[in-house]
Ligand binder design. Structure first.
Ligand code: 4NP
Length: 163
């Protein structure tokens, strides 16, 4: 199973989701079963580490973020089984690149996996706000990734290979 998290810049929300998902999978004993990556719909920060505020907030929860930003590409529809977007704008941008209905079916909003989140809930962009925004992104990602792993667990546990 291969999962790609997608936001706008790939320096705040989606690298956070990637790191939180990796830790959540490890704790569930499923680390080897899932490949996790992230990307941005925009290309401004390609090659950069996550924002220092994102890295500091994640580090305080035991998560080291070493991802280098990259732009989401059409070929990613072939590389990933599940493409999880942070907000409605990311969702539209990714769907706009999808080659066919099968590709579109692989795209979901991350928070749709949080049973306590309302329909259409987004991960708010923390880039222009204060430090509390980065904590909120982590809280949201933890809740959504817990829900995601709960959904994937029956499919992955004992499934044999990582595919
Ligand atoms: P992200 O946050 O999409 O969560 O990585 C942003 C980072 C940078 C920009 C926008 C959002 N930017 O406009 O540079």
């Amino acid at each position: 199973m291969r999962i790609c998290f997608v936001c706008l810049g790939n320096i705040c929300r989606s690298p956070t989701a990637e790191g939180v998902m990796r830790l959540t999978l490890e704790r569930a004993g499923l680390a080897g079963r899932v490949t996790v990556d992230s990307a941005g719909t925009g290309g401004w920060h390609v090659g950069e580490l996550p924002d220092p505020r994102t890295r500091a907030a994640a580090r305080a929860r035991g998560i080291e973020l070493a991802h280098r930003a990259r732009q989401f590409q059409r070929v990613d529809f072939e590389r990933f089984d599940l493409i999880l977007t942070m907000d409605a704008a990311n969702q539209r941008a990714v769907l706009g690149l999808a080659p066919d209905a099968a590709a579109r079916a692989r795209v979901r909003m991350l928070r749709s996996y949080d049973p306590d989140a309302p329909d259409g809930a987004e991960v708010p962009d923390p880039y222009y706000g204060g430090d509390d925004g980065f904590e909120r992104v982590l809280d949201i990602c933890e809740a959504a990734c817990a829900g995601l792993v709960a959904v994937l667990h029956p499919r992955l546990a004992g499934a044999g290979s990582g595919s």
